[in-house]
Design a binder for this molecule. Structure first.
Ligand code: ARG
Ligand code: GLU
Length: 712
């Protein structure tokens, strides 16, 4: 395919090759102020990020290492997604007091709930440190290169004067062509303030996940606490609400199509600068392999979850997490095809080579390496997805690591305690019978899809799915790992302390266990036949990708480059917009409460609606929160270029007021991680009007609204 396109690409005018409009995830110290202002921004780049002065950056934090959150009151009130606070809401829930189902609203500060271990990170300064980090690396190759860089990073960190409550993190940009240093302040006393019930915060659940039109009130609220000097401190009842340098005013003005917005947060990972060959492999081989494995796992789980309530509850959260990326990849493949991502890249490469012939050498090498790596990469994709989704094997993997640690003398009391607690929570939501079935089907898929050189000897016997289900059930039944057979007189899933009471015996039993042996056989074969080649080729690809990145930057002078997302603080901007993702399909930019009621399915686990919300709707008791159409806006879409990690990010208007809370993207545009296309790529946000409506009218928590600065 690539060759054919290459030929035609050279015939096309270079100007057509790259027609990207806005999009991009910009380092806050290097914003395209002009373009932002042209699009409607009324504040300056310095109002967004200024290390010397209070600016919007002081209201945006990374929430617990993954999501984003923002401060919306002078008393450290924090807003993030419901799905970002889900673990904390769940941790405070019991059968008698189920905060997930009922929601939670503290009636005053002393009723806010502490969450040990949860942190938020402020970025107080960003400095480029490329020269210091790359010093003395000119003639080095791996593994010396990585060693020297780690060393330089240590030297750099030690040379910086910081406060004892600060730390420095150094991150590579542009595949290691540049390095940036971040000064971080981490607060550790973060309390739960409020969360709507799941029937609002997770409304539509998996069916609506990645889907527009959307009606989810995906938000929850926390508060940052500090010591008496407003500095970070471990939890203490004597801590006081944090006084931020800046907090976001909350706008409840009506939104209009084409309004300027920007999103400020911590996007996790994108790969926008890959060569065409890499994108083609993702689209035609890697994503389809991962999707195929999850297809089978999800279908098998779903059959049982639909007819058995206990299983549904046990597997709800696991199902959601497996389904999340499954659905994203399906959208990604479709979007890459529809946006002609490979063809576009090939044309772009042609235009680069026309300007700089050295790039041809880089691309030829990359093409050769990706082609050589393809069979190993495919096996890597199948192997990792099968191990992840066949829980029997995932469990065996945990025990295999345990045995290795014991035998190396690396297992101490603390390690054992951590392992036991991990296993206990695993077994709590585990059905060995159902999993035996999933595992059997996935092994059949693995046996059928894997090239013979990557399979253990005699693996053909797993090819027949029906027979496999019997085989694996037999193995599972006789395994201590699944908890169905006993060790030290107890089942690992029923009495973990007793099962661990004699560890010599446990290790010996595990090594003879049929599940362990099955897993060890698959892993050994993978480790010998695919992994070393996969990794060593990847090291070579990484080095060339760094060079290709550099060549793109120096050759394409017209393009404004931004570094791929890497969980560092970024700004993306765009306009409020609907979309036309398919022939004859056109989406508006905004949903309303009426749409929640339209989707309402009484008693359904995804589409139930709380009675109080229905009553408010029927009475049209909307307070300040309706728009000119007379209904409460719920969600809206815009062309902001976001990705995973942007969940909980503030969407701000031209003046820096909060107008929405980012939580998802539209399915048809998720290829934006590889190829952003303003025609299809939309981020999805909860409208601030809906958030305030729920806090005020549904939760009767006016005291929280009173803390905020509302822009009407
Ligand atoms: N798709 C959104 C994000 O990755 C939301 C995920 C949580 N919601 C769910 N139904 N699984 O990541
Ligand atoms: N839900 C995603 C998150 O948890 C954001 C959606 C996306 O990938 O854009 O970060």
């Amino acid at each position: 395919m690539i060759k054919k396109i290459l030929l035609s690409a050279f015939l096309l005018p270079a100007a057509m090759a790259f027609a990207q409009q806005y999009g991009g995830m910009w380092i806050p110290t290097e914003l395209n102020e002009k373009e932002m202002k042209d699009l409607g921004m009324k504040i300056s780049a310095k109002d967004i990020f200024n290390p010397q002065k209070a600016s919007i950056k002081d209201a945006v934090v990374q929430f617990n290492g993954g999501c984003t959150a923002e401060i919306i009151s002078p008393k450290g009130l924090l807003l993030t997604n419901h799905h970002c606070g889900f673990g904390q809401i769940q941790a405070h829930s019991t059968v008698q007091n189920d905060l997930l189902s009922n929601g939670f609203w503290a009636t005053n500060m002393s009723a806010e709930l502490p969450n040990p271990g949860v942190t938020v990170d402020f970025i107080v300064d960003i400095k480029e440190a490329t020269d210091q980090i790359l010093e003395g690396t000119d003639n080095l190759t791996e593994p010396e290169l990585s060693k020297k860089i780690s060393n330089n990073i240590e030297v750099y960190k030690n040379s910086q004067k910081i406060e004892n409550y600060q730390s420095i993190s150094v991150k590579p940009m542009y595949y290691g062509n540049k390095y940036y240093a971040y000064t971080i302040e981490t607060y550790k006393d973060i309390r739960l303030v409020g969360a709507p019930p799941q029937s609002i915060g997770k409304f539509g659940s998996d069916t609506d996940n990645w889907v527009w039109p959307r009606h989810t009130g995906d938000f929850s609220m926390f508060r940052i606490y500090a010591d008496k000097n407003n500095k970070p401190a471990e939890y203490s009842k004597d801590n006081v609400p944090y006084v931020p340098k800046h907090f976001l005013p909350v706008s409840i003005k009506d939104k209009n199509e084409n309004d300027f917005t920007f999103v400020f947060g911590f996007p996790g990972k994108t790969t926008e600068y890959l060569p065409a060959i890499a994108v083609e492999k993702i689209m035609t081989e890697i994503d389809p392999a991962k999707i195929a494995v999850r297809d089978v796992a999800l279908k098998t789980l779903d059959e049982k979850m639909r007819v058995d309530n206990a299983t549904r509850i046990k597997y709800a959260s696991k199902y959601a997490s497996v389904a999340n990326y499954w659905k994203k990849w399906i959208g990604e493949v479709e979007g890459l095809r529809k946006s002609n991502a490979v063809e576009k890249k090939v044309m772009y490469e042609g235009s680069l080579v026309a300007k700089n012939s050295e790039i041809k050498t880089t691309l030829d090498q990359l093409n050769k390496l990706y082609t050589e790596q393809a069979p190993y990469a495919l096996n890597n994709a199948y192997y990792s997805e099968v191990i992840r989704n066949a829980e029997t094997l995932a469990l065996a993997n945990i025990y295999s690591n345990y045995i290795t640690a014991v035998e190396a003398g690396r297992m101490d009391e603390k390690g054992i305690a951590a392992l036991k607690s991990k296993l206990t929570s695993f077994y709590k939501d585990y059905s060995p019978e159902l999993d035996a079935k999933v595992t059997a089907k996935l092994l059949a898929l693995y046996a059928n899809k894997t090239a013979p050189q990557f399979l253990p000897a005699g693996f053909d016997k797993f090819k027949n799915e029906t027979q496999n289900i019997q085989n694996i059930e037999e193995i599972s039944k006789n395994s201590v790992i699944t908890g169905r057979a006993a060790v030290n007189g107890a089942s690992l899933s029923a009495d973990i302390d007793k099962a661990f009471s004699n560890q010599d015996k446990l290790v010996k039993t595990l090594k003879k266990d049929p599940v362990y042996q099955l897993f060890a056989n698959i892993k050994d074969t993978y480790t010998k036949t695919a992994d070393p080649q996969f990794s060593s080729l990847q090291t070579k690809i990484d080095a060339l990708q760094k060079k290709f990145m550099q060549q793109q930057i120096t050759t394409d002078k017209e393009r404004k480059f931004f570094p791929d997302a890497n969980s560092t603080l970024r700004v993306t901007y765009g306009k409020v917009k609907g979309s036309s993702p398919r022939d004859a399909v056109s989406y508006g930019y905004q949903t309303h409460l009426a749409g929640v009621i339209e989707k309402y399915v009484p008693g359904d686990y995804e589409f139930d609606v709380p009675k109080k919300l229905i009553d408010l709707y029927n009475k049209k008791d909307f307070g300040n929160y309706k728009d000119k159409g007379g209904d409460v806006p719920v969600g809206f879409t815009a062309t902001n270029h976001t990705t995973g990690g942007n969940s909980g990010s503030p969407a701000l208007d031209a003046y820096g007021n909060l107008v929405g809370l980012n939580f998802d993207r539209q399915w048809e545009g998720t290829m934006s991680d590889i190829n952003y296309d303003p025609r299809f790529s939309r981020n999805i946000m909860v409208d601030t009007k809906y958030i305030l409506f729920i806090i005020d009218k549904f939760a009767d928590s006016k005291w929280l609204i009173d803390e905020m600065k509302i822009i009407k």
